[in-house]
Write a protein that binds this ligand. Structure first.
Ligand SMILES: Cc1cc2nc3c(=O)[nH]c(=O)nc-3n(C[C@H](O)[C@H](O)[C@H](O)COP(=O)(O)O)c2cc1C
Length: 183
């Protein structure tokens, strides 16, 4: 969480008709990245293949969101999430990601697949406020696992107070997705 990274403060975006795609092995090592991913993140395909997916991790992303992502994937379920990423030169870009496990014919997880669209603008202020609160909670703790556990408690508390599942919460953030709520 304290890793030194260059940030420019400049936001990048991409087309509403474009999809950023990547695939990973079961450990989160990138095995595929499409042209849109390479362009927006500022890497070549050769740069990305074989690298851990946290190569584009932005320091303002709360760790508890990634914990939820991995817990959900390990459980064999899909997850939707708003994610802030860091491009190679330190620019940043927001995505609305749909991440799924891939299974072999025996039902074992053989990797993961993420499709990302440009986020719905009306969702972002709410996501940014929540993530800032979660990150602030994490920064109160030195130990990473303690920090992530504390911010997870805040996130779960927010959901419980609103009476929402995580899927209902995510899909309720934008008027564009409100009626497609996932469980
Ligand atoms: C298919 C897939 C796609 C992912 N996409 C991203 C992404 O776009 N940005 C990101 O920061 N992490 C992404 N992750 C999560 C990373 O593997 C990692 O957990 C996260 O960057 C946090 O890194 P850290 O544990 O080193 O802090 C993805 C993981 C998977 C399995």
């Amino acid at each position: 969480m304290s890793r030194a990274v260059t940030l420019t403060g400049i936001e990048r975006t991409f087309g509403t008709d474009e999809i950023i795609v990547s695939k990973t092995d079961p450990r989160g090592i990138i095995t595929y990245a499409n042209d849109v991913f390479c362009r927006v993140a500022g890497y070549t395909e050769a740069d990305l293949l074989g690298q851990p997916h946290n190569i584009i991790r932005h320091p303002d992303m709360p760790g508890c969101v990634f914990k939820l992502l991995w817990d959900t994937l390990h459980d064999g379920r899909e997850i939707f999430a708003y994610v802030l990423n860091r491009a190679r030169n330190g620019d940043h870009y927001w995505v609305f990601a749909h991440v799924t496990p891939s299974f072999d014919t025996a039902g074992r997880i053989v990797g993961y697949h993420s499709n990302r669209r440009v986020p719905y603008p009306d969702a972002l202020p709410k996501v940014q406020a929540l993530y800032a609160e979660l990150l602030a909670e994490e920064k109160r703790h030195r130990e990473r696992t303690v920090a992530v556990s504390a911010s997870t408690t805040v996130l779960v508390g927010r959901l419980q107070a609103a009476g929402l599942t995580y899927g209902q919460f995510v899909f309720g953030l934008s008027a564009h997705t409100r009626f497609g709520a996932a469980a």
